[in-house]
Design a protein around this ligand. Structure first.
Ligand code: ADP
Ligand code: MG
Length: 351
């Protein structure tokens, strides 16, 4: 076993009769960049706080490298938390802030000086040691908070909406930095956000949280192409969810009788059941050949978005589909079109 694999085993959290976390089990390999993605109130902070030791779980256990740390106080864990408001000491300079945890842990002075220097370089703040916190920009404060957390050399860094206080441009820039720092440090990062773009930019593994449940866990490419639930299909990117009765075609291919006509989809399910397939809007194209098509669709809205055109179409009943088409394929309003798709990109949502 590698040195800090994290295993979460049937963790739950209830507050009175309110369930913040339903039984949740997951294995996180050392060196992962995991993003906990979900809407407000889905249980992200609760899970992170349980990992950090700030909130006791109602049941279940947390193991790091095979050791049960469920009852261990935060200071003794090999985790460090970066809070959304950074929680820096405003009356101390940058070095004193970064050094704080090292002195508290009785790291020898020479070693502490070396570490502070190293982490300040890592976060791009070399030479800023004497600056006061008040004199720093939001992005610089964020880096100080990160440096302070990394200085204690935690095996697992817990970040709760760490970029939430930054404006959009700085946020995108800090995402690249965070990813670089995580790769260079080789530590496990567990990062909470409700921003799906941030999740895709950073994660090698995304955990989608909804109503206290982890609805999906895996590489972003897989979560995007084969979402585990209707919620995941709509929270991570846009989706067309098409429903109907399932007919088996082969082991891994089904036909669904949808309001748009028969749809070939990839996945497994039982004959006759009501089912849902997900097709991403950018996977639909204006049909030009005899490929799989959805026919007789009237264009009811087109919006030019630069690199693509958002096109909304509807069948005679008014059921709608969204397509993101290359600008040169954009149809005219009220035109009746057929849309083609590849059954590989029409993914059955597991029942
Ligand atoms: P998120 O971070 O995803 O926004 P939280 O983990 O903070 O969600 O909260 C999950 C749910 O648990 C919410 O419904 C919240 O109101 C509830 N909750 C969190 N902390 C407490 C608490 N100390 N007492 C009661 N309910 C709480
Ligand atoms: Mg939260």
């Amino acid at each position: 076993m590698s040195n800090s694999n994290l295993s979460i085993d049937r963790i739950t959290k209830t507050y009175g009769d309110m369930t913040a976390l339903h039984p949740l089990s997951v294995e996180i390999p050392h060196g992962s960049y995991v993003v906990l993605l979900g809407p407000s109130g889905s249980g992200k902070t609760t899970l992170l706080s349980i990992l950090g030791g700030f909130v006791p779980p109602t049941s279940g256990s947390i193991m790091v490298a095979g050791q049960d740390i469920t009852q261990m106080p935060p200071a003794r864990r090999r985790t460090t938390t970066v809070f959304q408001d950074y929680a820096l000491f405003p009356n101390m300079n940058v070095t004193a802030n970064v050094r704080f945890g090292l002195d508290a842990r009785k790291v020898p002075a020479a070693e502490a000086t070396k570490r502070v220097d190293r982490v300040l370089r890592l976060v791009g703040l070399h030479g800023y040691g004497e600056r006061s916190i008040a004199a720093l920009s939001g992005g610089q404060r964020q880096r100080v908070a990160l440096a302070r957390a990394l200085a204690v050399e935690p095996q697992i860094l817990l970040l709760d909406e760490p970029l939430g206080a930054l404006d959009l441009q700085l946020r995108r820039q800090m995402q690249d930095e965070l990813k670089r720092i995580q790769t260079q440090s080789g530590r496990t990062f567990i990062h909470v956000t409700h921003d799906q773009e941030e999740a895709l930019a950073l994660a090698d593994t995304v955990a989608v949280m909804n109503h206290g449940r982890m609805e999906d866990f895996g590489p972003p490419e897989r979560l995007y192409s084969r979402p585990a639930s209707r919620f995941c299909a709509t929270f991570l990117g846009e989706s067309n969810l098409v429903e109907g009765a399932l007919r088996k075609v082969s082991t891994d291919r089904v036909q669904i009788d949808t309001p748009f006509g028969p749809l070939l989809a990839t996945g497994q399910g039982s004959e006759g059941t009501h089912t849902t397939a997900c097709i991403r809007p950018e996977r639909l194209r204006i049909a030009t050949s005899g490929a799989e098509t959805l026919q007789n669709l009237r264009v009811i809205e087109t919006v030019f978005q630069g690199t693509f055109v958002r096109v909304r179409v509807a069948n005679e009943r008014g059921d709608q589909l969204l397509a993101k088409l290359p600008p040169e394929q954009a149809p005219a309003l009220q035109e009746v079109v057929s849309l083609s798709y590849d059954p590989l990109h029409a993914s059955l949502i597991p029942a």
